[in-house]
Design a protein around this ligand. Structure first.
Ligand SMILES: *Cc1c(COP(=O)(O)O)cnc(C)c1O
Length: 495
């Protein structure tokens, strides 16, 4: 079987193996790696009875065919055995007419675990096939959840160093504490004075800084990424969409082949892009509901065809979505433009220099598959309260964004297609916001103090990952300006 190659969204003549795409993370021209040719759709009947892990092997192996099926199988087993607090891994919970796809039962209580428990094994496997490098250095910018999930996934893996950069003012108290207390001989956590976009842009520049990369490589290191710009992060996220679909069929909610809607709380456009890739692989989807918080660049894009980040980033109670530059939209545009890498190259340059771009009419017509909407802070609080009152079910603020936009969509369109709300984090990560939405007394209390009260109110046990977190010692206290990132990396690596 011929192996699947990867090309860059900005240069069609690039062709690399999946091993190289996984190790490199970002293409040298600044573009994102995408499959040179998309695998054909599945016959749904043939894969409908697979359990989560079997489905994962089936889907992931198709994209990373440089690996033997047995290898992928062993990575999948290591990634999903015992690490998740739910035997189903990604349970689908029905409340009223909607289905919450709970992706937060992993070791760090957010959906990033779905791929970041797997990526370290894949990357390690890729390195074993490619003995060019002594050590890989994972650079990761985080809006809150990726950082911790990547640290947990990569800790103590030989041959890999991981450096996480988080915006000091852009993450919740619990998210920050989770990162600052991280143990492991190869982990480094740095606060950046700025927001997520600052951190992500600074890292992208480092990835594309030829001289710096040569300097690093001369010392036996190579840089890689654990953000969803890495294709190794994105592909495992396709799995749970198929899994959820087959659950709906098994529960007789839909007939096989019947299209569904999927509402996703969106930041970097990674999670929803995985659903879109799922559709390209045969998943019947009627409408993608792309939900933003007040930083609604994407909602505006889907209604106008203009992507405009000439605005200030607003910190919100859904910090993991506080993003103006959604990196993975580039992969979607590549698809939308019929793989026109010249167009992507020009468009991304334009975004960088002018802060906005618009897409041509023929592409706009294809946007109708996506409904973009947004929820401000008030709507988030209201949604959490309402869902709790109706069903005694508590959403975290990110999930609440998706729920609120889903409600707006249904209200506007009267579309009654069966819908999945993608539930991306545990409410235990954002207790202060959640408790105030539920009108509990939160005055003078911090997130940590409210963990116990919240658990009591709900009558559920505190999830282990946050149980005694406030008592743990901070191991990482470095904070820097974005201009200092390069020298920080040099210091850590002693190069
Ligand atoms: C990362 C994250 C998101 C946004 O996902 P993208 O793939 O960046 O669009 C939404 N909710 C939570 C809780 C997250 O951690």
């Amino acid at each position: 079987m011929e192996t699947l190659k990867y090309t860059s969204t900005r240069n069609h003549s690039i062709s690399v193996s999946s091993v190289e795409a996984i190790i490199k993370g970002l293409a040298e021209d600044g573009g994102l790696y995408v499959p040179s040719c998309f695998p054909p759709p599945y016959a749904l009947e043939e894969i409908k009875d697979l359990d989560y892990k079997e489905l994962a092997v089936k889907i992931i192996h198709r994209f990373f065919s440089d690996f033997e099926q047995d290898e992928i199988c062993s990575f999948v087993n290591k990634a999903y055995d015992g690490k998740f607090h739910s035997t189903e891994i990604a349970p689908l919970v029905k409340k009223g007419e909607v289905h919450f796809l709970e992706l937060f039962h992993g070791p760090t209580l957010a959906f990033k675990d779905m791929a970041l428990t797997f990526l370290p094994y894949l990357l390690k496997g890729a390195l074993d096939k490619n003995n060019l490098y002594k050590e890989v250095v994972i650079l990761t910018a985080t809006s809150g959840d990726t950082g911790k999930a990547a640290l947990e996934g990569f800790k103590n893996i030989d041959g890999i160093q991981i450096i996480v950069f988080y915006p000091t003012l852009g993450v919740s108290e619990i998210q920050k504490k989770q990162m600052m207390t991280q143990k492991g001989h190869n982990v480094h956590v740095i606060g950046i004075l700025g927001n997520f976009d600052d951190a992500q842009n600074a890292l992208k520049e480092i990835f594309n800084h030829g001289e710096f990369n040569r300097h690093i490589e001369a010392n036996g290191y190579t840089l890689s990424s654990a953000n969803s710009i890495n294709i190794g992060r994105l592909i495992p996220q396709i799995v749970y969409y198929f899994y959820a679909y087959f659950q709906l069929v098994k529960n007789k909610e839909i007939l096989m082949g019947e299209p569904i809607n999927i509402a996703v709380p969106t930041g970097n456009f990674g999670n929803i892009l995985a659903a879109y890739y799922g559709m390209k692989l045969g998943l019947p989807i009627h409408q993608f509901i792309c939900a933003s918080n007040e930083n609604k660049v994407l909602a505006d894009f889907f209604s106008s065809g203009i992507y405009d980040c000439r605005r200030d980033l607003k910190p919100t109670i859904s910090p993991s979505m506080d993003i103006l530059i959604s990196s993975n939209l580039e992969r979607f545009l590549y698809d939308l433009s019929d793989e026109n890498s010249t167009f992507i190259n020009e468009t991304m340059k334009r975004l960088k220099t002018e802060g906005f771009y618009s897409i041509p009419e023929y592409m706009k017509e294809k946007l109708t598959l996506f409904y973009g909407g947004s929820a401000d802070e008030e709507k988030i609080y209201t949604a959490i309260k309402k869902v709790h009152e109706q069903w005694n079910y508590v959403m975290d603020p990110h999930t609440a964004v998706a729920y609120s936009v889903y409600e707006d969509y249904v209200h506007q369109t009267k579309d009654n297609t069966k819908s999945i709300i993608v539930s991306t984090a545990s409410p235990f990560k954002f207790t202060k916001s959640v408790c105030s939405a539920l009108h509990m007394d939160v005055d003078d209390k911090n997130d940590f103090q409210l963990i116990g009260e919240f658990a009591d109110k709900m009558g559920i046990p505190i999830p282990l990952p946050v149980k005694d977190i406030h008592q743990q010692e901070n191991l990482h206290n470095t904070v820097c300006n974005k201009e200092e990132i390069q020298s920080i990396i040099e210091n850590i690596l002693k190069v």
